[in-house]
Structure formats: C-alpha cells, structure tokens
Design a protein around this ligand. Structure first.
Ligand SMILES: NC(=O)c1ccc[n+]([C@@H]2O[C@H](COP(=O)([O-])OP(=O)(O)OC[C@H]3O[C@@H](n4cnc5c(N)ncnc54)[C@H](OP(=O)(O)O)[C@@H]3O)[C@@H](O)[C@H]2O)c1
Length: 270
C-alpha cells in the first residue's frame, strides 16, 4: 500500500531553530517546504537538509507580506492537495533601551513575529479545516510570558503571539486543527550577539536547537487525542548575568545595578 506523504511548512527555516525542525521532519519522511526571505541563506540551508532527504522545497517569502504568504500557500496546495503541519518559526529580535527604539523597530518586530504568524495561520486555516487532523506549532518565547528590561518591543510581539495561540488552540479544537505554542528560554543561535564575549561564554548553558526540534517531533508523534496547548521550556542553569544584554541588531546597553545602603551604612550591589 502506498504511504500518504505528510506535508509541512516551516517558516524561518534558513537557520537556527527552523533549520533544526526541518531536519527532524524530513528524517521522518515528511515533505518540507522551507520558507524564509533571504534566498541565499535559504538555498544553503536546503543543501544542508538535503543530506537527510530530497523531499525538500524552498519558497522565498517575506512573512510580513500577505500576498507573498497566500501565494506560497496556494502553490503548495496546488502541488499537494493538503498541508498537514505549519511550523511558525520566523522571527526577529530587536532589543535595546526603550528611549532608543524607533517606530521602524516596532514595525519590523511586530510585523514579523506576530503578523507573520497570523498571516500563515490565516492562509492555511481553511485548508486544514477541510482536511482535519492537522497541526500548527508556533515557536513563541519565554519573552511572551515575562517582560524584562530592554525587551519592550520583542516582549510585546511574543505576548501577542501567546494570546493569539491560546485563542486559536481553543478554536482549533472545534474544527480539527491542533494548535501548540512552544515558549523557549535562551537558545544557542545566531540571534545572540556573536561578538559579545559574555554571551559566548554563556552559550554552552543555553538550550540547544535540537531540544526544540525534538519537542516538535514529540508533538507530531503523539496520539491525536492528546493536546499540548502550550509548552514552556527553559535552560536549567539560570544565567542572571545575561539579563538585559542586547541581542540582535543594535548596541549593548549598560548592566543594571541596584545599590542598596543599609541603616548601618553597609553598601550592597545586587
Ligand atoms: N534564540 C533564542 O534565544 C530564542 C528564544 C526563544 C524563542 N526564539 C524564537 O525562535 C524563532 C527562531 O529563532 P532563531 O533563534 O532560530 O533565530 P534565527 O537563526 O535568526 O532564525 C530566524 C529565521 O527567521 C527568518 N525570518 C526573519 N524575518 C523574516 C521575514 N520577514 N520573512 C521570512 N523569514 C524571516 C530568518 O530568515 P532569513 O534568513 O531570510 O533572514 C531565519 O530563517 C524566533 O521566532 C525566535 O523569536 C528564539
């Protein structure tokens, strides 16, 4: 009997977490459409993943743009009749002192991290509703659970994703689409400033991209009756010295220091 091939879209597949998820899926003989917006990076990621399977296609899409997202989904549907998995992983990280952040930073982060997830979910939703037994998995962030200094815009985007995913998970139950939101803490990817020695020292203690790939693999393997709506996963080793450090574009900003003076005039820096 011929196996019916499963079809997945992975956004942000050109690097980091998205590339690792792609590798996990293709190893399971799922056909993956790798999506990101830089063609060169996407092509070299495809070459890397093709060592594991030839069932890979790439589509250059800017997730911020409705037309590009809907065109890509139409193209995939014409070739396959269905889409079994959507993995939303595309994201950008702009951090910094709030007084130095601009409207363009807001637009860049919100349009990629939140609107991009909305557009892809919206494009596949009617298709998944018809076929049923489909899954949407979004890589949000621990920054969607807790705000922190320097993360104002990024946290706003991920808090938005978490609310969106929570609502969609319930609506999906009504129509046969299983929605899961993964909220990881620090993951060792290029998103962290590679020129920051403190960050580089901490990399070994961060989550590995494999951890997120394995979570996605776990989710697609579970019986249909099990629904993991939200998964929080963090490095076990807490690294307070990384708090508030810049990642992504932009410069560093000063470490936070609280000075406490006791009644007996002792000074503590915490
Ligand atoms: N690293 C962490 O510590 C961490 C922690 C929690 C959550 N996350 C989340 O995990 C996800 C993946 O992050 P990562 O660390 O793997 O980062 P990454 O290596 O920088 O990957 C980001 C991916 O998003 C794509 N992308 C960015 N803007 C896009 C756009 N407008 N249209 C299409 N694709 C776009 C990039 O593609 P191009 O090559 O085309 O730029 C790239 O493939 C993000 O949503 C991030 O917020 C990361």
């Amino acid at each position: 009997m011929k196996r019916i091939q499963k079809i997945a879209i992975v956004t942000g597949a050109s690097s980091g977490v998205g590339l690792e998820i792609t590798k996990k899926l293709v190893k399971r003989k799922i056909k993956v459409y790798m999506v990101s917006h830089n063609e060169d990076r996407l092509d070299s990621a495809k070459k890397e993943a093709e060592n594991l399977s030839k069932e890979i296609e790439t589509i250059v899409v800017d997730v911020r743009k409705r037309n590009e997202v809907f065109k890509a989904v139409s193209k995939i549907l014409e070739a396959n009749e269905k889409i079994d998995y959507l993995i939303n992983c595309a994201g950008v990280s702009i951090h910094g002192d709030f007084g130095k952040l601009e409207e363009r930073d807001w637009n860049e982060v919100l349009n990629t991290n939140l609107k991009g997830v909305f557009l892809f979910c919206r494009a596949v939703w009617p298709i998944m509703k018809v076929s049923g037994n489909c899954q949407i998995i979004t890589i949000s962030s621990a920054s969607g659970n807790t705000g922190y200094s320097g993360g104002s815009i990024y946290c706003a985007s991920k808090f938005g994703v978490n609310g969106f995913m929570e609502a969609l998970a319930l609506e999906g139950q009504e129509v046969g689409i299983k929605v899961t939101n993964i909220c990881p803490g620090q993951i060792n990817t290029a998103v962290w400033n590679p020129n920051d020695p403190e960050v580089n020292k901490a990399r070994a203690k961060m989550l590995n991209t494999k951890a997120i790939g394995e979570l996605v693999e776990f989710l697609i393997k579970r019986p249909w009756n099990e629904h993991y709506k939200k998964i929080n996963v963090n490095p076990f080793a807490i690294q307070p010295y990384l708090k508030g450090r810049n990642r992504g574009p932009g410069g560093k900003f000063p470490e936070q220091k609280n000075i406490i003076k006791t009644q007996k005039n002792k000074t503590f820096r915490i």
